[in-house]
Design a protein around this ligand. Sequence first.
Ligand code: HEC
Ligand code: HEC
Length: 490
Amino acid sequence: MTLRFSCLVALVLGASPALAQPKPEPADFLLPDESKMTPFKDRVPMVFVTSNQPEWKALTTFWTEGTQETIDPATGAKVTQKVVKLKVPLGLTQAPAVPAENPMTVEKWVLGKQLYFDKILSTNGEVACATCHAPDKGFADARRTSTGINNALGPINSPTVFNSAYNRFQFWDGRGSSLEDQAQGPVGNNKEMFGGKADPWEEAIARLRAKPEYVKAFMAVFGHAPTRDAAAKAIATYERTVLNGNSLHDRAEALMRKRVIAEETGKFVLKAEDYTAALKDEFARKGPALKDLSLVADKDAAKADEFGKRLLAGRDLFFNKARCTNCHTGDTFTDHTFHNLGIGAKDGELPLDEFGRFVRLPTGHKDTALVGAFKTPGTRGLLQTAPYMHSGDEKTLEAVVDLYDRGGNVNAWLDEKMRDTAAEAAYLKARAEGKPVDAGVKTYGPSKKPIIPLKLNLTAQEKADLVLYMKALNGDPLDPLVSDPAKFPK
Ligand code: HEC
Ligand code: HEC
């Protein structure tokens, strides 16, 4: 009955029922129409080249255009494609993993970069990803905690996008699993980009679909109108190229390898002379790492020996006495796990809103070892990303080192690696035997469990050398194609 009626209406209106009420295309995802996409032969894939590949040395810039012979999978025909080779900076020995469903092409990267810097993703048009992850602020925002839409003050420090391509988890509490996953968060966050009423992504996608340039770009890359799925993929593609490496430390390591191979000793161990040699090269090219160490190109060349020794001392502290590599390890200096350093603890007590990773664990998997635990951040590019910690509480690297020197901030769940477990055992034994115990030790719970932070007992000189070493991890400035919002490939 209804059907017949609507047909009649359609007849009267002279249109089919489907056309009378066009349904909007869903915002989340769409299937591609291959015929609308840039033809295979005209797509430009992006390929990472790492320092252990022979062609790496021949690449003189981060971004190098070339060509490759390949087979069009749809037709089987041989085609010559343009290709962009990305020179992964020294020190990052692996290429970032790229999900199979989101291969990198230049067109997708360009779209992702536009979206990253475009305030269109926020409801009021005032906030972009780059507002809180700005290239000139180390892809962070230089604030204690972020300010988003309508000046809303967020609860947590903005982490850098540097090397986030290598993160096993995204966000301080690890609730994001990939860059694609992470990129969908801010648009719906009412302290970051969302100030609307209905569905944040539906609104954002409607704004993109109202812009013919974006419709055209999404069509070329994805074969359909803008969607949430495609926007996240494009932004992640851009983020994968925000790589920080080739630091003075990496160059000293490379020189060490060369030296050891020449000496034929097989002992691949850094010496002060390796840092000195890297510094001398830096003086010769008047490179940016000099400023990172507060050295002046024309004045301080004679200090290369002294600084070489101090850098080695700082490096040895980081790896040994100061135990930093217990957690800051690997190419990007993180163990990709979570630890409680007591950031946010006051007078030995940790407030509920500082429970970190524990809150994110699914029920059935709650682990008290992760109460107050936050993700170990990398330690590259630190000179650009102050203030530090998830709270933004530590303003300088000196303050960070002081925090570790006292063993972090005591609280009931302080990470085992931050504790003096031998002293805790001695305390328990003394107490059991009725002997006097240190009244200054904090104890927790009904069993009065002692928590004793592990003091590092660093001297002033050691602290200074450790800070100097971290400064030597600052890394080369990024290629302007990545860091300059206005620069795009031809
Ligand atoms: C208002 C400021 C703000 C805006 C806008 C913003 N972010 Fe963030 N971003 C943050 C903060 C704060 C965190 C940490 C949040 C947390 O861990 O709970 C974060 C986390 C991240 C991370 C995780 C890094 C890591 O090491 O865990 C990435 C990647 C990121 N943002 C990229 C983006 C992208 C892409 C956009 C745009 C779609 C964006 N951000 C928009 C502030 C912002
Ligand atoms: C037990 C593991 C662990 C050890 C040991 C450790 N760190 Fe950390 N580091 C972390 C975690 C976790 C954070 C983030 C903590 C937070 O915000 O709650 C962090 C944060 C930092 C930051 C701030 C980075 C940023 O972007 O905000 C720096 C710098 C740092 N550590 C340097 C060091 C140095 C230097 C040492 C050695 C003296 C060291 N760490 C030892 C786990 C560790």
